[in-house]
Design a protein around this ligand. Structure first.
Ligand code: AMP
Ligand code: ZN
Length: 467
């Protein structure tokens, strides 16, 4: 049984996906006008923990993460530097995927870009206009908040009594102020713009997540996640847009992660108190330690970032890696008919394994999961050091630890994890040599589904990750 804390009702509830065995989730992605900082990565790692937990529990996940590649700040930068918005965003998109791989974040199934989905956004705005949820003004289109009585329900922000709202054109606003917001912004001199039935312009920020989530996951899907700062107004606006247009429930459950803090303040680009992944790697910290630190505090609590905390994470990861390597290299004693050193080791291993899964199934209780991991280590390590673990027990312990690492992903070196790609390429080469093109095509497709594209050169086949 999976229980998740649904922000919409401010409590945990039992979670059953819409389709048995399959989970659809939408995760608000980065605005690609800057390098992501580790606060952003905390949110993306929470989403990675979520999807990896579902997979560990046997579900198939379809995850969509948008890339916001048209937005006020991007447009400002493109005008200031007199280059196209693609030129502004391309290096940051590349950097995002590079960090994602370094932190071993599992790829989502889809990374749609806002600029690639303008027609879907226009169609949604047209529906909202037709249904009376939106109005045109001076070449722009706004959402009329007073037409959607449920507005404010997610964030529990009260609408004003007289229900007359001011209008806001900026993409983001942090004050708890309810305003009609822009769905489509009339083109200004020199700004990038797209043609539309409402005139040339560009979409507001919020409409992209409504349009792209519904395009890939349908009008109703299981889970919507994001950092807590996205709850208002962004997610509130997404609900108003989507449910206004379809009349159906948008996301069935909302999960929000809390912030990474520095000295009591949220880590933010605007405050300037941030570290990028590159900053920390340059100081010699390892990717698994950074991943571990960002995951090891429950997602609904704030996490105060310190370098000392990161050093401790480094030590914890090293201890777990040592244990893992010792277990991998362990040769059980070959004394025929040897009695187990201690009764109940196998049961103990099994109970740690269950404890790990139960903890994560309970709203991603990472402390419980880590205590199961340490429990396994403390139980097995002394026997390992004394050479008293029999083969079955060593195998079971290794299998449990590998299971844990499907979610934690801190034990294996990155290079090893790419073996599967190289194996796939080799198997395909062998199949082609035997003229078994059906198998060769299947292998190529399977790799592509996992985000790996193959390019055949005259001598060899190269691979790259699909962006
Ligand atoms: P942005 O690129 O600014 O759109 O942010 C991408 C994601 O990072 C959003 O889901 C934000 O909520 C999240 N985020 C931004 N700052 C922090 C922080 N200090 N801690 C955790 N998540 C954050
Ligand atoms: Zn979003």
């Amino acid at each position: 049984m999976i229980r998740l804390y649904n922000t919409a009702i401010r409590q945990k509830e039992t979670f059953e996906p819409l389709l048995p065995g399959r989970i659809s989730m939408y995760t608000c992605g980065p605005t690609v006008y800057n390098f992501p900082h580790i606060g952003n990565w905390r949110t993306f790692l929470f989403e990675d923990l979520l999807r990896r937990t579902f997979e560990l529990l046997g579900y198939k996940v379809t995850q969509v993460m948008n890339l916001t590649d048209v937005e006020d700040k991007i447009i400002r930068a493109s005008m200031e530097q007199s280059v196209s918005i693609e030129e502004i965003t391309a290096p940051f998109i590349e950097a995002f995927f590079k960090d994602l791989d370094i932190l071993r974040v599992e790829r989502a199934e889809h990374y749609p870009r806002a600029t690639g989905h303008i027609p879907q956004m226009i169609a949604l705005i047209e529906t909202l206009l037709a249904k009376g949820y939106a109005y045109k003004l001076d070449g722009s289109v706004y959402y009329a908040i007073d037409k959607f009585p449920r507005y404010g329900r997610l964030s529990r922000i009260k609408a004003s009594e007289d229900r007359s709202y001011s209008r806001l054109v900026e993409d983001e606003y942090e004050k708890e102020q309810i305003t009609d917001f822009a769905l489509w912004k009339a083109a200004k001199e020199g700004e990038p713009a797209w043609p539309s039935p409402f005139g040339r312009g560009r979409p507001g920020w919020h409409i992209e997540c409504s349009a792209m989530s519904m395009a890939y996951l349908g009008t109703t899907f299981d889970i919507h996640t994001g950092g807590i700062d996205n709850m208002f107004p962004h997610h509130e606006n997404e609900i108003a847009q989507s449910e206004g247009a379809t009349g159906e429930t948008f996301a069935r459950i909302w999960l929000h992660s809390n912030h990474l803090m520095v000295d009591g303040q949220r880590m933010a680009k605007s405050i300037g108190n941030f570290y990028t992944l590159g900053d920390l790697l340059a100081q010699g910290f390892s990717p698994p330690a950074i991943r571990f630190l960002l995951l090891s505090t429950h997602y609904r609590n704030t996490l105060n970032f310190t370098l000392e905390g990161l050093r401790q994470a480094e030590r914890s990861v090293e201890r777990l890696q040592d244990f893992y390597h010792r277990l991998q290299e362990y040769t059980p004693p070959v004394i025929v008919g040897m009695e187990p050193a201690k009764e109940g080791i196998l049961e103990g291993i099994r109970s740690h394994d269950l404890e790990f899964k139960h903890a994560l199934a309970d709203d991603l209780n990472i402390s419980g999961a880590l205590s199961a991991t340490y429990g396994l280590m403390h139980e097995v390590n002394p026997l390992l050091l004394d050479g008293r673990l029999v083969a079955d027990e060593a195998e079971a312990a290794l299998a449990a630890l590998r299971d844990f690492d499907r979610v934690l992903v801190i034990l294996e070196e990155k290079e090893q994890s790419e073996d599967w790609i190289l194996e796939g390429i080799e198997d395909r080469r062998a199949a082609r040599e035997k003229k078994d093109f059906a198998s060769a095509d299947r292998i190529r497709r399977e790799l592509e589904e996992k985000g790996i594209l193959l390019e055949d050169g005259p001598q060899s086949t190269r691979w790259r990750r699909k962006i």
